[in-house]
Structures are given as structure tokens and as C-alpha cells.
Design a protein around this ligand. Structure first.
Ligand SMILES: C[S@@+](CC[C@H](N)C(=O)[O-])C[C@H]1O[C@@H](n2cnc3c(N)ncnc32)[C@H](O)[C@@H]1O
Length: 279
């Protein structure tokens, strides 16, 4: 589908999509992240949770900004160096500067981007994402990452799955508990795309935080947030990339993944990141 004008959502819910309730009295991941990025689409509970995290770990804003910068660098790499023209971006977040289609279509205007999120506030803002001009396309699917058949069923109508696709799961998998088997979810997404496709992931690292800080951050999450987070170790994050070859520099904290020349900030981030190419 080619959109000359901003189009309405091409998505719609299917299957067992389980959106978090639109409850402004508890923090939501999308809105807390928006606040930490300096956005305006957040409520008092989101701001309180973000401020509580900042108190426990002052590196939180730096980490979140670096995560967003990783998204930009990864999509730039995938478009400019790997030649990818199709993106399945799951865990889109509230639209802000430097969304996947902005980055990809600035390099290759024909790029097609399908966004997926399950939060009602992202759905409400989805129109802002659907602004491709000319040859490119953006579409939005309102669905839960755990419902891979609904996502793949709808994405197949928008992307050509005989050609390489980049699946981007940026700062979303830590919202999937072990009981929902996130590794099987990623494996089923990777199964659906041909060799030469790519997987980009960023994920909060249990081993990138001091034990006490990790505990305090988990406590804040349990107390204040509607969604719970599963921090994972480097080894657990590496397993998501089974069946792929990692591109340089491999699996590293977000700020170390192909940083722009001249970046010399000495602060640390607590999110692992990597890009892998499907064998
Ligand atoms: C922290 S934001 C990341 C936004 C963007 N990927 C980035 O890194 O800048 C995570 C997003 O994942 C979404 N999300 C969390 N769990 C999800 C699920 N099970 N299915 C779909 N989306 C989910 C949240 O609603 C939120 O918008």
C-alpha cells in the first residue's frame, strides 16, 4: 500500500490481544518511557514511577536516551548497510522523533514499516506514525507480542515475507515474563522470515546493575507499574539470537553499539543490545 497522505490505521485487533487497561492511576511502560524521553503523553502515576526509578538509579534517563539512539543507529545500519527495506517494529511506543520509518525512509524512501503495540495510548497516537510519503508505507497493527499468529497474519498482508525483513524488538521483551516464553515468541517470529532477515533487540540487563539497585528498581516496578519487568542476563538475551550471526560489535550495552564518532560519555547503561542476521 502506498500512502501519499497520512492514512488511517491499517491495523485492528485480532486474536488474543490483551491491551493493558487504559488506567491513568497506574504507570504504563509506554507513558513512563515517554516521560523519561521528555514527552508530554504521560500522567501523574507515570511521572511518579519514572521519578522513583531515577531516585534509585540516576542513570535511567541516560539509558533511555541511549536506547532510543540505539534504535536509530540500528535502523540506519539495517537500511544503509544491510539493504533492508521492510521492518516489523514491535513495541513501537508513543510516536516521537526518530521513529523507525523516519530513519529508514530518510535513507530509502521506499521502505515499508509495520508497527505493532498493544497499549491503547499508542493506538490513539498511531495516526502520527502513518505519514509515509511517496513510495514508502507505514501501517499500525494493534496486537500483543504474545499473539504472534495475529501479528504475522496481518503483517503478511503488508510486507513480502519472501524478502528479508528486519524484526525490531526494542525495549519490549523485558515486559514479557518467562511464563510467556519470550524465547519461543522470538523464535516463531524469526521462523516466519527468510534467511538474510535481521533481528534487533534491546533488553534491560540484570547483570548490568548492582544487585541492590536491581532489587530497588524491581520493587518500584512492582509497586507502581501495571506491567512487570523481567530483567535478563547477557546469556539469556544472547539466546534470543539463536539461528542468527551477530553483526559487529555483538551483544553490548546500548551505548556501545556502534556509537557515533566522538561519543565519549563515561556513564553506563543497563540495557543490552544487538543486531543479528538470520542464517
Ligand atoms: C519502552 S517502549 C519502547 C518504544 C520503542 N521501541 C523504543 O525503544 O524507543 C515499549 C513499548 O512496548 C509495548 N509493549 C509492551 N509489552 C507489549 C506486548 N506484550 N505487546 C505489544 N506491545 C507491548 C509498550 O506498550 C510500549 O509502547
Amino acid at each position: 500500500m502506498t500512502s501519499e497522505e497520512p492514512t488511517a490505521s491499517g491495523g485492528g485487533s485480532a486474536g488474543k490481544t490483551e491491551s493493558p487497561e487504559f488506567d491513568t492511576s497506574v504507570a504504563h511502560q509506554a507513558r513512563v518511557y515517554d516521560y523519561l524521553l521528555g514527552g508530554k503523553d504521560n500522567y501523574a502515576a507515570d511521572r511518579a514511577a519514572a521519578e522513583a526509578w531515577l531516585k534509585v538509579n540516576p542513570d535511567t534517563v541516560f539509558t533511555v536516551l541511549e536506547n532510543r539512539a540505539f534504535l536509530g543507529r540500528a535502523v540506519r545500519y539495517l537500511t544503509a548497510e544491510a539493504g533492508i527495506r521492510q521492518f516489523l517494529d514491535i513495541g513501537t511506543g508513543i510516536p516521537t522523533a526518530g521513529n523507525t520509518h523516519h530513519v529508514a525512509q530518510a535513507i530509502a524512501p521506499e521502505s515499508r514499516v509495520v508497527y505493532v503495540d498493544y497499549d491503547p495510548i499508542v493506538l490513539a497516537h498511531a495516526r502520527a506514525l502513518l505519514t509515509s510519503r511517496g513510495a514508502g508505507t507505514t501501517e499500525y497493527i494493534h496486537a500483543d507480542l504474545r499473539d504472534t499468529s495475529a501479528i504475522l497474519g496481518q503483517a503478511r498482508e503488508l510486507l513480502d515475507f519472501t524478502q528479508p525483513v528486519a524484526i525490531t524488538l526494542i525495549a519490549i521483551l523485558h515486559a514479557i515474563p518467562d511464563s510467556d516464553d519470550p524465547h519461543a515468541i522470538v523464535a516463531s517470529l524469526l521462523d516466519a522470515v527468510p534467511p538474510g532477515s535481521y533481528l534487533a533487540i534491546s533488553h534491560m540487563g540484570s547483570d548490568l546493575l548492582a544487585a541492590e539497585t536491581l532489587q530497588e528498581m524491581q520493587d518500584v516496578g512492582k509497586r507502581m507499574s501495571q506491567q512487570q519487568y523481567s530483567y535478563r542476563s547477557r546469556g539469556e538475551v544472547a539466546r534470543f539470537f539463536d539461528g542468527t550471526d551477530l553483526v559487529e560489535p555483538g551483544l553490548v550495552p546500548v551505548h556501545e553499539w556502534r556509537p557515533e564518532p566522538g561519543t565519549d560519555d563515561t556513564r553506563n547503561t543497563f540495557i543490552w543490545s544487538a543486531v543479528g542476521r538470520k542464517r
